[in-house]
Design a binder for this molecule. Structure first.
Ligand SMILES: C[S@@+](CC[C@H](N)C(=O)[O-])C[C@H]1O[C@@H](n2cnc3c(N)ncnc32)[C@H](O)[C@@H]1O
Length: 372
C-alpha cells in the first residue's frame, strides 16, 4: 500500500496486480498535476485513470463521477482502491469500458494522455458528439510522451487553450472543446491471413498494419501440425492469431478462447471472428489467463512488452507462469519472442522443455511444455 500526499489531500493506493511501491508507484506526476491544478467540476468524467488516483480523489471530493478505462488491470485497481475509502467518502462512481458513453451531467473531462494520438482524437470527438462544444478538458501526461505536434493540434482545434509549465516532468493542458475538431478514420482495416479484412478501433495493438512479429508467427503456424482441442489466444489484440489458428486446424475440432486486458481489443477480435462466421469463440476480459479454466491444449502468445509507456515484461511473466499451470500434460505454449527481450530465462522458470520452432534475426518462436 502506498500513500500519495497531494495539496488536495492524501490517497492510499495499490497497483493491480499488487507490486511493491518501490518497484511501481500507483500514480505518476501527471495524476498529481491534474489533482492539484485542474478544475474538477461538479460531475467529472475521468478517462484512462491507470490505478485509480483520479477516481479516488474525485470521490474524496464528494463528486459523483464517470471513469472509463479500457484495461482490466486498471478496472481492478480502481475498484480495489475505491473500496478502501470510508463509506462517507465513497461517491457514486460509474466504471465503464468499451466505447466511451459519457453521462449527460458530465461538466469536465480529465484525461490521462494515451499512447496513441488517434485514441486521444477519438475520445475528444466522442465527448463533442455526446456533450456538445464548450466542455472543460484537462489533459495530463509525462512531457516526453506528448509530442509538440500533438500540443499544436490541440491548440488549433480547441478554444481557450492553456499550456501550463512542465512540473516534475509532467504536462498539463486545459481547453474548451470546440466544433473545429476534424473527423477521424475510426475503424482501420488491413487484409488478414485469409485476405478478409481485419479491423480495429483506436488503441488496439497494431491496428494500422499487421505486426511483423505476428506475421512471422502466422507464417510458421501454418506449417505446424493442425491444432485441436482448447486453444487460447493469449493477449489476442484484434484476433489475428485466432484467425490463423482456425485456418490451421479444423473449426469443429478447436474450442477457441481469446483473452485480453483491453476491452476494445476483444471487441475488434469478436467483430473480426464474426465476419468469418466464428461466433462461438469465448472472449475473456482478464489479466493473462485468470478467468480461463484448464486444461488447455495450446496457448498462442505474442506477449506484450509495455505497461503503459514503459517497457516491461511483467505481464508476459504472468502469462508464462499461468500458462504452465493451465496446460494439459501434453499441452504446448507457442510464443513469439523479440530476440532483444530475452524471454528464454523467464520461460525456463516455468517450463522444462523449450524448443525453437523457427527463428530469424529479430524473432524466435518457442514451443514450451511440461510433459508428465
Ligand atoms: C503484442 S500484442 C499482440 C496482439 C495480437 N495477438 C497480435 O499478435 O497481433 C499484446 C496484447 O496483449 C494484451 N495484454 C497486455 N497486457 C495484458 C494482460 N495483463 N493480460 C492479457 N492481455 C494483455 C494487449 O492489450 C495486446 O493486445
Amino acid at each position: 500500500m502506498a500513500l500519495l500526499s497531494t495539496g488536495k489531500g492524501d490517497l492510499t493506493l495499490n497497483c493491480y496486480p499488487k507490486v511493491s511501491a518501490s518497484i511501481q508507484q500507483p500514480w505518476d506526476a501527471a495524476d498529481i498535476y491534474l489533482i492539484e491544478q485542474a478544475a474538477l467540476g461538479d460531475y467529472p468524467a475521468i478517462i484512462n485513470d491507470q490505478w485509480g488516483a483520479l477516481s479516488v480523489h474525485a470521490s474524496q471530493q464528494g463528486r459523483q463521477n464517470y471513469t472509463w478505462s479500457d484495461s482490466f488491470c486498471s478496472h481492478q485497481a480502481i475498484k480495489e482502491n475505491l473500496e478502501k475509502l470510508p463509506k462517507e467518502q465513497l461517491s457514486l462512481n460509474q466504471l465503464d469500458k468499451g466505447i466511451i458513453e459519457l453521462p449527460q451531467a458530465s461538466d469536465t473531462l480529465w484525461i490521462q494522455c494515451p499512447k496513441s494520438f488517434d485514441q486521444l482524437h477519438w475520445w475528444l470527438l466522442l465527448a463533442f458528439e455526446q456533450l456538445g462544444p464548450g466542455i472543460n478538458v484537462s489533459i495530463a501526461g509525462m512531457a516526453k510522451h506528448i509530442p509538440i505536434k500533438w500540443l499544436n493540434w490541440l491548440q488549433l482545434h480547441n478554444d481557450n487553450y492553456i499550456q501550463h509549465p512542465i512540473k516534475k516532468k509532467a504536462r498539463l493542458i486545459e481547453f474548451n472543446l470546440s466544433a473545429r475538431l476534424p473527423e477521424l478514420k475510426r475503424l482501420k482495416t488491413y487484409p488478414g491471413p485469409d485476405e478478409k479484412p481485419i479491423s480495429a478501433l483506436p488503441g488496439v495493438f497494431s491496428r494500422d498494419h499487421m505486426d511483423i512479429g505476428s506475421r512471422f508467427f502466422i507464417h510458421h503456424l501454418q506449417q505446424l501440425p493442425p491444432l485441436s482441442g482448447k486453444v487460447v489466444d493469449l493477449g489476442c489484440g484484434n484476433g489475428l492469431l485466432s484467425i490463423a489458428a482456425l485456418m490451421n486446424g479444423s473449426d469443429n475440432l478447436i474450442e477457441m478462447i481469446l483473452c485480453d486486458d483491453s476491452s476494445l481489443a476483444l471487441k475488434a477480435a469478436s467483430d473480426n471472428l464474426n465476419l468469418r462466421n466464428q461466433a462461438n469463440a469465448q472472449l475473456h476480459h482478464t489479466d493473462a489467463l485468470l478467468s480461463v479454466l484448464g486444461p488447455v491444449d495450446t496457448i498462442l502468445c505474442n506477449p506484450p512488452f509495455h505497461t503503459g509507456n514503459r517497457i516491461s515484461t511483467a505481464a508476459a511473466e504472468r502469462m508464462f507462469s499461468q500458462s504452465s499451470k493451465l496446460l494439459s500434460s501434453n499441452g504446448q505454449l507457442l510464443i513469439i519472442a523479440n530476440r532483444h527481450l530475452g524471454y528464454k530465462p523467464l520461460l525456463k522458470k516455468d517450463f522444462k522443455n523449450i524448443s525453437t520452432v523457427a527463428s530469424d534475426s529479430k524473432f524466435v518462436i518457442y514451443r514450451c511444455s511440461n510433459p508428465k
